[in-house]
Design a protein around this ligand. Structure first.
Ligand SMILES: Nc1ncnc2c1ncn2[C@@H]1O[C@H](COP(=O)(O)OP(=O)(O)OP(=O)(O)O)[C@@H](O)[C@H]1O
Ligand SMILES: [Mg+2]
Length: 330
């Protein structure tokens, strides 16, 4: 319709992306807000705010308003969304129709909060779509056909596994475990074994550089800095990729179990498709080194990466209106 536009928002725990059909991805920022703690004004969002995490004076707080795929702080999330809408200001269009994704495991109250937060930005309409369905559409899977499309989306706060056929979800599992928990496991491991306290950003960097799924690899080491818990002083230690690998294993096994459970729920007529077509990975967590190879070993079906794993959900959310009748829960 003239004067309106539809955008898709992937309101992720770690990253927020906006997709428009005409322009593709128009915004991609970490889901972080920096606030003045005295009066609550928003000082920065996105990358700028993420760089402040763990480094701010008492008068500033840099926080992530989403946790485990859902809203942890409603006002902050609304503030973040308002700032994002201002930045993308689609010229001449005041009120876009918005499609936004939610984890399949979200409760009705959590879904309502996401919808209300988007509405508070002045959206004309808000439609919710389940995150794995969006990921599958964004990864160009033939979701409307009568074949099993298996998508595994490992985000920051959630891991979602879904089997989609004929435009609907045949079976799905959503667990509140993802890349953030891997970071947390690294922090705990280093604290326990080295009495060293490191920050979230350091843990995430170590995960990306040195993290491996439980597969054979050539071990590497790196130096990390933190605060010695015994002396209180700054300290540098050397850590190896095999240590990080062991720290991550519990989280990865939980994800593997969820994948296995979902495949077990698959109707036998569709199981054959999975053997032939395999499963598709999306989400930033699936970029962990060795993750794809490990899954192939463990579940013995082909495993493919989505074309743009970090963008699939946003792209699928924006394109999903075509499938809206069948797929949405509003
Ligand atoms: N190369 C990489 N190796 C390992 N982890 C990575 C890599 N790149 C990104 N990640 C992790 O992926 C996660 C972010 O992924 P993504 O943007 O898909 O999450 P999200 O959609 O915001 O979260 P959710 O879907 O759970 O709400 C972060 O935990 C980040 O550390
Ligand atoms: Mg996500």
């Amino acid at each position: 319709m003239f004067g309106t536009t539809t955008i898709g928002i992937d309101l992720g725990t770690a990253n927020i992306l906006v997709y428009s059909k005409e322009k593709g991805i128009i915004l991609n920022e970490p889901s972080v807000v920096a606030l003045n703690t005295h009066d609550g004004t928003v000082l920065a969002i996105g990358q700028e705010a993420k760089e402040m995490i763990g480094k701010t004076p008492a008068s500033i707080s840099a926080v992530r308003p989403m946790k485990d795929g859902v809203i942890a702080d409603f006002d902050l999330t609304s503030g973040l969304l308002r700032e994002i809408m201002r930045r993308i200001s689609i010229s001449g269009v005041k009120k876009p129709n918005v499609v936004v994704c939610t984890p399949t495991g979200a409760t009705s109250v959590e879904r309502r909060a996401i919808s209300d937060a988007v509405k508070s930005t002045g959206a004309r309409s808000v439609v919710l779509i389940e995150e794995p369905v969006a990921a599958a559409i964004g990864a160009d899977l033939p979701v409307a056909e009568p074949v099993a499309n298996v998508i595994v989306d490992i985000g920051g706060g959630t891991s979602e596994i879904a089997i989609i056929s004929y435009g609907g979800v045949v079976s799905s599992t959503s667990i509140r475990t993802g890349g953030d928990h891997m970071d947390e496991e690294i922090i705990q491991y280093i604290r326990k074994n080295y009495n060293l306290l490191i920050g979230q950003s350091t843990a995430e960097r170590i995960k990306m550089e040195l993290g491996y799924a439980p597969i054979e690899h050539v071990p590497q080491t790196t130096d990390i800095r933190g605060r010695d818990l015994l002396t209180g002083l700054p300290k540098t230690i050397q850590i190896s990729s095999t240590e990080i690998q062991s720290a991550l294993s519990e989280t990865l096994l939980r994800i593997l179990e969820a994948i296995r459970n979902t495949l077990e729920l698959c109707p036998p007529e569709l199981s054959g498709d999975i053997v032939d077509r395999g499963i598709i990975l999306s989400g930033g967590g699936s970029l962990l080194q060795g993750f794809r190879d490990w899954l192939v070993q463990e579940i013995d079906v082909p495993v493919h990466m989505a074309p743009s794993p970090l963008e699939s959900v946003a792209i699928g959310t924006g394109r999903s209106l075509v499938f809206a009748d069948k797929l949405t829960k509003s």
